[in-house]
Design a protein around this ligand. Structure first.
Ligand code: AQP
Length: 342
């Protein structure tokens, strides 16, 4: 099949560079898909794209993942990106750990980053509060993310809402580097959806849907690879309220979350959705959302199975991706070494 041929190297061109990543810290969920991956796919032909599996970021809480699981989930995540529609003929897909320049650049950038900036990060505070031994890697996580972005002088970083603060930090670090040495790095801009940028937990609409939470709480996330039965059960038992309100602006958090998922996956306007569900109760909304989610995920799951049956193809994609990414990142690193006096 032509789409399973080893990709040609993706060459840099005059389009703006896009870089984004996903951690292989668990099962990819519909929040990752809606907030980030579908946006990457949607804009794929418009930009010069690099997408990485952030497996080094996944080491920041080493107690949470064992080496075998990390390796297996990293490959699964890469296969899922392709299954979701990332085309390796158009976008560079690679493992973060295959490009050593990220870690090297992260060290140089960490020397330009005041500790206070890192200690203020919301994600650091939340994750540190839940972790017995807080690694310095958890604190410097956003510096490695900044290195991921700046290694390719990315103009845009498409992410969900939870990563916005890290992006602001990346801009601040780039600005500080430019101030200390020379105006070298462009300042990256965040790209987010207008709706669906923060999908909440099905079992708790006050907390964002998260891979790590999903590992300990069934009913929290809709996994991209979940079976029809699990998807149905998760959506049908999603937290709502005792009312009947399906207007976006006034619905309770849980109902708004379901409406938002419906909006992004259907492409219908809010007016159309409100008319569709007016007075029909939450059961109808849930049942139709189940159908929509299944219609969205079925082709992704079928494609995932095809890719999983062709491990050599995935090896080729990742090897080619690493080579292309390495070449670009090494060029940036050579400039940076020169600028800082190494
Ligand atoms: N609930 C969400 N709604 C919308 N977008 C989301 N993203 C994550 N959760 C949601 C976006 O998905 C991309 C990849 O996320 P990540 O792997 O970098 O990890 P994360 O942001 O820390 O999200 P998770 O899935 O909850 O992982 P854990 O539990 O490991 O922390 C990012 O662009 C993110 O914004």
């Amino acid at each position: 099949m032509s789409t399973m041929l080893a990709p040609e190297p993706v060459k840099a061109d005059t389009r703006k560079v896009v870089l984004s990543g996903i951690q292989p810290t668990g099962k990819m969920h519909i929040g990752n898909y809606v907030g980030a991956v579908s946006l990457w796919v949607q804009n794929q032909t418009r930009y010069d794209n690099l997408f990485c599996i952030a497996n080094m970021h996944a080491l920041t809480i080493p107690e949470a993942i064992n080496p075998k699981t990390l390796r297996q989930q990293s490959r699964e995540t890469a296969a899922l990106l392709l299954a979701c529609g990332i085309d390796p003929q158009q976008s560079i897909v690679f493992m973060q750990s295959d490009v050593a320049a990220h870690a090297y650049l992260a060290w140089i950038l960490s020397c330009c980053t005041p500790v206070g900036w890192l200690e203020r990060m919301t994600q650091y505070k939340t994750k540190a509060a839940k972790t017995e031994v807080v690694s310095s890697g958890l604190l410097t996580y956003p510096v490695l993310q900044t290195a991921d972005i700046l290694a390719y002088k990315a103009a845009y970083v498409p992410v969900g809402d939870d990563q916005k603060q890290h992006l602001e930090l990346a801009r601040d670090v780039a600005e500080r580097f430019n101030h200390l040495y020379e105006a070298y790095f462009p300042l990256p801009d965040v790209l987010t959806r207008t709706s669906g940028t923060r999908i909440m937990g099905m079992d708790d609409p006050s907390a964002k849907m998260s891979k790590s939470t999903a590992q300990t709480r069934s009913g929290h996330a809709i996994g991209v690879l979940d079976t029809l039965d699990v998807i149905r059960k998760t959506i049908m038992s999603a937290v709502t309220d005792t009312g009947n309100e399906t207007r976006f602006e006034v619905a309770s958090a849980g109902v708004r979350n379901l409406l938002t998922l419906y909006e992004v996956l259907s492409g219908e306007t809010r007016d159309q959705i409100e008319t569709r569900f007016a007075g029909r109760g939450y059961g109808a909304l849930k049942r139709e959302l189940v159908e929509l989610v299944v219609r969205t995920l079925e082709p992704i799951q079928a494609r995932f199975r095809e890719i999983s049956d062709a491990p050599e193809y995935l090896n080729d994609v990742l090897a080619q991706g690493a080579e292309c990414a390495r070449e670009r990142a090494e060029r940036t690193l050579a400039d940076v070494r020169q600028l800082v006096g190494l």
